[in-house]
Design a protein around this ligand. Structure first.
Ligand SMILES: [Zn+2]
Length: 479
């Protein structure tokens, strides 16, 4: 999953804080890590195997189980220690066969993807006239008399992922509240080649459940044009989606134990699960494989930091976050020993730097007046100016790959549960030029990952994680 956040450059604050420079001490280690990362072949080779030979990995699927077991073996082969599977129960939604057809004025089938968590239609489908709206406000203004019995089509414009995703998350319940029989949501993307984007949805309590699917922006606009022209549009939606009993799954972890303070940990990773379309290459195969490559290179270069560096492949980020929550529960009191958490879950485009979780960033992530798009998370503790200055110093080591920008507002869905308990969280940030073009689609495949950019992400993760794990103080000690 990808959450768009407001980037706020904090370079002014960094320049003001008078902290001793740390970067000279790590110049050599950073240079070695970056050089090795830019030549690394193993990371891309693992990503290729994951994509082509295991495939997409939805929670509860056999392919996710296979990916988890294979990941543990790869961690061992890379020389990591304490490789473990941490069992977690995950939701188990199954898509089943599905289709959408327009009956007139032109009769044809339309590309669609049911949204994760949706219920099925009756076996013969639901056939009804569509009602096209561009916003929840427009839907509410029409009222139950106009909505009852219709299939609501949301043709909302794309205003950034964080703002627009609420139509996917809660569009079904908003329509059902007014008597709609199904809902179709324009895919959450700014650019499209008639490709539907799936993703998670939630039913509100005490509102009837109706089936919901994503359609392409092209078809949403076509139905809007027909409606405006006064041409009634009838469609037939068929979905066999079902939710089964929670399934067994696991987070995978592996470590380089710290040479002085092995009980203190810097964790870095992403999520091993994906949607059940495409190959989950950018989201988030690239994140987990870059994190493993970063730690594998430390091992290869004999860079054993003062504290433990742990790579984590969390499960079930896409439709439940059971992995991130399970990791927090597994840690228990030991969460106090987490020095920092780093997540890469925005794809492997050209890295620009790191977003640092902060209460300010969290507030800015939701536009004023907008309905929250994800369950409210507890506030994140802000780092001191001295800690931010230190991050700026570390980031300077990434100047050779132009990835040294530190911004406020970042983290990741998998590390959010421990960030809420006070662990400083960082999200790797990229140019994100095309991420939403492929996100949650059949097009999220290995060929979309630029090897050079992937290696730069490996370098950025390796340097940030190594220095945070090795520097004398913890970030939270710097006041
Ligand atoms: Zn993701």
């Amino acid at each position: 999953m990808f959450r768009s956040v407001t980037l706020l450059c904090v370079s002014a604050a960094l320049a003001c804080a008078a902290e001793p420079q740390i970067s000279p001490a790590y110049q050599d280690a950073a240079r070695r890590l970056i050089e090795a990362a830019l030549k690394d072949e193993a990371g891309m080779a693992r990503l290729q195997y994951l994509c082509d030979q295991i495939g997409n990995r939805l929670s509860g699927s056999a392919s996710l189980d296979k990916a988890i077991k294979w990941s543990a073996e790869e961690m061992k082969k890379a020389g990591l220690q304490n490789v473990q599977l941490l069992p977690v129960k995950v939701p188990h939604w199954v898509r089943g066969a599905e289709s959408l057809a327009i009956a007139g004025p032109v009769s044809r089938s339309l590309p669609m993807l049911g949204l994760g968590g949706s219920i099925a239609t009756p076996p013969n489908g639901i056939t009804a006239e569509v009602l096209v709206v561009t916003s929840f406000e427009e839907l509410a203004a029409l009222g139950a008399d106009k909505v009852r019995g219709k299939i609501v089509v949301y043709n909302q414009p794309f205003q950034g992922y964080g703002e627009t995703v609420r139509y996917r998350s809660s569009g079904a319940s908003q329509a059902a509240r007014l008597g709609a029989v199904a809902a179709l949501v324009r895919s959450i993307t700014g650019r499209t080649l008639r490709t539907p984007h799936t993703g998670a949805m939630r039913y509100e309590e005490n509102v009837p459940k109706i089936p919901v699917a994503a359609i392409t922006p092209e078809d949403a606009q076509m139905m809007a044009r027909l409606s405006r022209a006064g041409v009634p549009v009838k469609v037939t939606l068929k979905m066999e989606a079902r939710t089964e009993a929670p399934a067994d799954s696991a987070n995978v972890i592996g470590e380089i134990p710290g040479r002085e303070k092995p009980e203190e940990v810097v964790v870095l990773g992403g999520h091993i699960d994906s949607w059940d379309v495409g190959q989950g290459a950018q989201d988030d195969g690239s994140g987990v494989m870059a994190a493993l490559a970063a730690v594998a290179l430390m091992k290869e270069l004999n860079l054993q930091p003062r504290r433990t560096v742990r790579v984590a492949f969390w499960t079930n980020e896409e439709n439940g976050t059971a992995g991130g929550n399970g990791y927090r529960d597994w840690l228990g009191d030991k969460v106090k020993n987490h020095v920092a958490a780093i997540e890469m879950d925005g794809g492997a485009e050209k890295p620009v730097g790191f977003g640092v979780g902060s209460s300010a960033g969290r507030r800015r992530a939701v536009a004023p007046g907008a309905a929250p798009t994800t369950p409210a998370r507890p506030p994140v503790k802000d780092l001191s100016a001295a800690a931010m200055a230190r991050l700026g110093e570390i980031a300077k080591l990434l100047a050779p790959i132009d990835a040294g920008k530190i911004s406020l507002g970042g983290g990741g869905a998998d590390i959010a549960p421990i960030m809420a308990l006070g662990v400083p969280g960082l999200g790797l940030q990229t140019t994100s030029e095309h991420y939403n073009d492929w996100h949650h689609t059949e097009a999220d495949t290995f060929d979309k990952v630029n090897p050079e950019h992937f290696r730069q992400n490996v370098a950025a993760l390796a340097v940030m994680a190594y220095v945070l794990a090795d520097m004398p103080e913890r970030l939270t000690d710097l006041q």
